[in-house]
Write a new protein. Structure first.
Length: 80
């Protein structure tokens, strides 16, 4: 499917498993560069390895306002 979003950027929270990881995978499959986040460094490393070079991993707890803001800021910086 071509959604017309190739070369865009996205930040996907809580993306080391389940719906978050599936969303990130679908975006990567469409040619989107994604920033993923999670609290567990091992799960985060596994998820970003699974997604490949179009993904960057950011350790963050988006359950807090400060953590969510840090994730968005870092994602913007790392994805350009």
């Amino acid at each position: 499917m071509d959604l017309g979003i190739r070369d865009k950027r996205a930040a996907v929270a809580a993306s080391t498993a389940g719906l978050g990881l599936a969303t990130a995978r679908a975006l990567v499959d469409e040619g989107v560069r994604v920033a993923i986040c999670g609290r567990d460094p091992e799960r985060l490393a596994g998820a970003v390895a699974d997604l490949g070079p179009a993904a960057v991993a950011i350790e963050a707890d988006v359950g807090t306002e400060a953590g969510a803001m840090a994730f968005v800021t870092d994602a913007g910086e790392r994805l350009g």
